[in-house]
Design a protein around this ligand. Sequence first.
Ligand SMILES: Cc1cc2nc3c(=O)[nH]c(=O)nc-3n(C[C@H](O)[C@H](O)[C@H](O)COP(=O)(O)O)c2cc1C
Length: 217
Amino acid sequence: MNLEVKTQNTYNENLNWRYATKKFDAQKKISQEDLNNLLESIQLTASSYGLQPYEVIVVTNPEIREQLKAAAWNQSQVAEASHLIVFASLKSVSEDYLDSYLNNIAETRNVSREDLKGMEDMIKNTTLQLPADIQQNWAAKQAYIALGNLLSAAANMKIDTCPMEGFDAKKFDEILGLEERNLTTAVIAPIGYRSEEDPYQHLAKVRKAKKDLIEII
Ligand SMILES: Cc1cc2nc3c(=O)[nH]c(=O)nc-3n(C[C@H](O)[C@H](O)[C@H](O)COP(=O)(O)O)c2cc1C
């Protein structure tokens, strides 16, 4: 099968435009409206059962940003970008958490909790039985889907991002007080506008050839 793309696709053009920005323009800030749109893209992200087992922290405070930078191998993006988005995933999933989700469905769709019994049993039987480390890993995977959505949404608004897992999660959790909220830092993304001086924007994209990435059977 021929996997060559001939027609123009703005979405993919924007994915080609984006790159993991190393140097942000510290003077350029994302407008409140653009930020709200990006946060809504995160909110609309799909997740397993719809449970969204994570929270998102938007860090603007410069002192906190400096502390976080030190806990991220001094990568300048953490402090220089317009905003820092922290994806904090659940350390464990409780029955209370699942109940509040089921209550949200009942309220939003105007159905009774009894109507959701089949779904409740399925969700509770699968998630609550997972060992703690698997629960945590599962929650982090969901947060990564939101990260991916943020990167694409931002690219399509010509806003720069840098997905990052080069940080000390324990230190991030301490600085942000996440431990006591049953949360842990899964992944982060500084967002903003690239500096003209960032040489990485001029590098050609390195990707696997489609034939090595995609199999049609
Ligand atoms: C989960 C994840 C973690 C990453 N961590 C870092 C990081 O800590 N620092 C950094 O500069 N880039 C980081 N990157 C960026 C990757 O190196 C980059 O996305 C990859 O080389 C592809 O290049 P491109 O995004 O510029 O197209 C990370 C990317 C992902 C998806």
